[in-house]
Design a protein around this ligand. Structure first.
Ligand SMILES: [Zn+2]
Length: 230
């Protein structure tokens, strides 16, 4: 479908602001970014210096990560799949898969920092797409630690990681949990989820295949799902 009601069109406005991510500047429509991100909405209120200077600095944010966010802002799509060079071995494919997975998790952390619930939900959908396609993903201690250090305790991304581990982990991977590098909250979350599954067993489809909205922020706030916008 290429036609949509005008009422569902993104509100761009005319004002442009500059976002400084690392060493690069991005020109973005102010109305668009403020309607999506609570962080930008606050930073561009009249009383703050960012509102008069028209520049918002994001120290420590990599330009490529912000560029991915701005692409989603304008298109509603997550451009994360790495293009394939002509010649490559399986190892390179694995490296690219892990790189995409890590970049999605970092994008979620950016959504957390920018207080953009729709972006986080869109990234969750991209993560679920990767999990369903690959039937397993990398959840080494380093990756799990970065998720837990970039999200609050009730984060749906933490729930997703726990469910992915339960439904996809091999026996060897489960045995690795004794590795003390994993966050305690992750191991506790796994035990709680496994305990509730003892009665039911792992039957049917994993919850992330049944209903991705289980891992969306709008479930908490009562907002419409971002998928209803696109
Ligand atoms: Zn949803």
């Amino acid at each position: 479908m290429i036609r949509f009601p005008i009422s569902r069109a993104p509100q761009l406005g005319k004002a442009i602001i500059t976002v400084r991510a690392g060493t690069e500047d991005f020109a973005i429509h102010e109305t668009l970014i403020r309607s999506s991100s609570e962080f930008f909405n606050g930073a561009l209120r009249h009383e703050w210096k960012e509102a008069t200077q028209r520049v918002v600095d994001l120290p420590g944010v990599s330009p490529s990560l912000f560029e991915a966010y701005s692409r989603w802002l304008y298109t509603g799509k997550v451009f994360s799949i790495q293009s394939s060079p002509e010649k490559e071995g399986e190892t390179e494919e694995d490296v690219k898969r892990v790189a995409e997975w890590v970049s999605l998790l970092m994008s979620y952390a950016l959504g957390e920092r920018l207080l953009d619930a729709h972006y986080k939900d869109a990234i969750v959908d991209a993560c679920i797409e990767v999990v369903v396609l690959e039937e397993s993903v990398c959840w080494t201690p380093g990756i799990v630690c970065s998720v837990y250090s970039n999200t609050p305790p009730q984060s749906p991304l933490r729930d997703l990681l726990v469910d992915v581990a339960i439904w996809t982990a091999s026996d060897d991977e489960m045995a690795q949990l004794s590795n003390c590098g994993y966050p305690v909250e992750f191991v506790v979350g796994l035990m709680a989820a496994l305990s509730s599954l003892r009665q039911k067993g792992l039957k049917g489809k994993p919850p992330y295949k049944r209903d991705p909205c289980l891992y969306h922020e709008h479930k908490k706030t009562g907002m419409a799902c971002h998928r209803e916008k696109s």
